[in-house]
Design a protein around this ligand. Structure first.
Ligand code: HEC
Length: 156
């Protein structure tokens, strides 16, 4: 018994699959016939400050970050330390330290260079140490500082 409708021969089956695939492909159409989805072109000015979806709402907020761009105050070689030590953190990072010895400052500056890859030329280090040695502990910074003994451990 050759193929019937309920029990098709392999050839009839292949033909059926071919016809079906052709119909699907024609229905989809060539890639160029498909329109890209419309892209939202809302300008930022008209962006809503609140977007709500099922179960959640996103709200825009504006945040004022502290404006900490304090340079190192005048002192010996202030220009050198301002040029080398303010790119990653503000001067406050150093100004808020307790009074440290020149060696302790040297250890910190070396840590900046070696560990944090601060691009501080070796030739600038003595000037920076002069400044820190002369100025540390007498700098006009409000707030509490750790006591010097907390820092005596060296490079940390
Ligand atoms: C490449 C970036 C970079 C530069 C440049 C840099 N620092 Fe730092 N500094 C850091 C990082 C990172 C920390 C650690 C911050 C923290 O612990 O939150 C730090 C921390 C400090 C501290 C806090 C105490 C400590 O031991 O962590 C001091 C003081 C300090 N820096 C001084 C200096 C001085 C002086 C210079 C200039 C010679 C300098 N920094 C340049 C990245 C830098």
């Amino acid at each position: 018994m050759k193929g019937s409708f309920l029990n098709p021969s392999p050839g009839a089956l292949a033909f059926g699959v071919l016809v079906f695939t052709s119909i699907v492909l024609v229905a989809i159409g060539p890639p160029t016939a498909r329109k890209p989805p419309a892209i939202a072109t809302a300008s930022p000015a008209s962006a809503p400050s609140q977007v709500a979806g099922p179960g959640s709402a996103l709200v825009s907020v504006s945040v004022d970050l502290p404006d900490d761009i304090v340079p190192f105050p005048d002192g010996p070689h202030a220009a050198v330390i301002n040029a080398n030590c303010t790119s990653c953190h503000s001067a406050t990072m150093a100004l808020s330290q307790p009074r440290l010895s020149r060696d302790q400052w040297k250890a910190i500056v070396e840590k900046m260079r070696a560990t944090y890859k601060a691009p501080v030329p070796a030739s600038a280090v003595p000037d920076i140490l002069d400044y820190l040695n002369a100025m540390s502990g007498k700098l006009p910074v409000s707030g509490s500082s750790p006591t010097p003994s907390d820092r005596s451990g060296g490079t940390g």
